[in-house]
Ligand binder design. Structure first.
Ligand SMILES: [Zn+2]
Length: 352
């Protein structure tokens, strides 16, 4: 058996520490390794995925009653996150028992995918569920996307988990969700029974909650929970921190466009009230500095100092100036407007 060196499937680092080596019949071994970069535990020398694909085709138990309880537990969680009209697909659905439970509860837009050819026929016959015989890595994003994907007891088997999540992410709508259920490696030692029973031939990834978060970093975690045996989780597309930051930057940029228009439209000589970080930023990135003759601020620590060579004066001294006052603060805007009224200043007021 030729076994390939396998880098960390989450962060691609090859720097890992072997915690244990499990031998199997036929000369195959699994090095259970800890990634020294991201902390994921995985088999660092697995054979190619085609080996496992063949293994599953041959060995798949098709219908294991032990899974029935797991499916019930999954469905309880899944149903909190789906609507009756949602387009739902179970990846690695076996004979479709989990989908059948959803069907019984009134969900109609259901389909499944499984690489084992016999599943398709059995799912149709037993549960009336449509199953496509396919490998998830061959799935192509169609015009009609899914609202909800189910990955129950799948990720622990896959060689390329990040690629799998990338492909599945392309199959769902913006705001669509993925349900993931994996054995909870954080708790193997708590449910201890059979020695090394968790190091089976089929399992090459050992997820804890934190490594699941690392894998799903582009998604928003709507639900992550463990019953001690499995982690159940629901992730939303377009909710990851990258998307949140992109939205924040876009919002900021459009607000800056408005601020720039206000500054451009302001007279050539103005007073700026507020010498905080916003003003500091505007003096460096806009043409505010050319128009500002004085800065005013309530903060006595700032009074008497300069920003970009412009004096910061106490607001009380503004009665000597007739120029318009630009209120340069979002946080203290209300207070500044109140202060202007209190001081009886008759200058024209400009706000962002
Ligand atoms: Zn890693």
């Amino acid at each position: 058996m030729r076994q390939t060196v396998r880098p960390c499937p989450i962060c691609t680092s090859r720097n890992n520490t072997v915690l244990f080596t499990q031998k199997f019949v036929g000369g195959l071994i699994h090095n259970i390794a800890l990634c020294n970069r991201c902390g994921f535990v995985f088999v660092n020398n697995s054979p190619r995925q085609t080996y496992y694909a063949k293994y599953y085709e041959k060995m798949s138990k098709y219908e294991d009653t032990r899974d029935f309880q797991l499916h019930k537990d999954c469905v309880k969680i899944i149903e909190q996150f789906i609507n009756k009209s949602d387009r739902i697909m179970d990846i690695g659905c076996s004979t479709g028992h989990l989908l059948y439970l959803l069907k019984t509860d009134g969900f109609k837009n259901l389909s499944g995918v499984d690489p084992a050819p016999r599943c398709k026929e059995m799912a149709k016959k037993k549960y009336g569920i449509t199953v496509e015989t396919n490998d998830l890595f061959n799935l192509k994003s169609g015009t009609k996307k899914y609202d909800f994907l189910i990955l129950s007891a799948v990720l622990e088997h896959l060689d390329k988990v990040t690629l799998a999540i990338h492909i599945l992410g392309s199959l769902i709508n913006d705001g669509g969700k993925i349900f993931i259920c994996v054995p909870d490696a954080d708790n193997f030692y708590r449910n201890f029974e059979e020695p090394f029973g968790e190091f089976s031939l089929e399992h090459i990834n050992f997820f804890g909650k934190s490594s699941l978060h690392s894998l799903m970093y582009e998604f928003f975690p709507l639900y992550v929970s463990s019953d001690g045996k499995a982690i159940y989780s629901v992730w939303q597309k377009d909710g990851g921190v990258r998307n949140s930051m992109v939205k924040y930057i876009q919002l900021s940029q459009s607000k800056m466009d408005r601020i720039n228009r206000v500054i451009d439209a302001a007279p050539e000589r103005i007073i700026v009230w507020g010498a905080g970080s916003l003003t500091e930023r505007l003096l460096s990135t806009t043409n505010l500095a050319q128009k500002t003759i004085k800065l005013a601020d309530r903060n006595t620590n700032l009074q008497g100092k300069k920003l970009k060579g412009i004096d910061i004066i106490p607001p009380e001294n503004l009665e000597n100036y007739k120029e318009p006052i630009l209120v340069s603060s979002f946080r203290f805007k209300k207070e500044i407007l109140k202060d202007i009224k209190k001081l009886g200043l008759k200058n024209k007021i400009i706000t962002f």
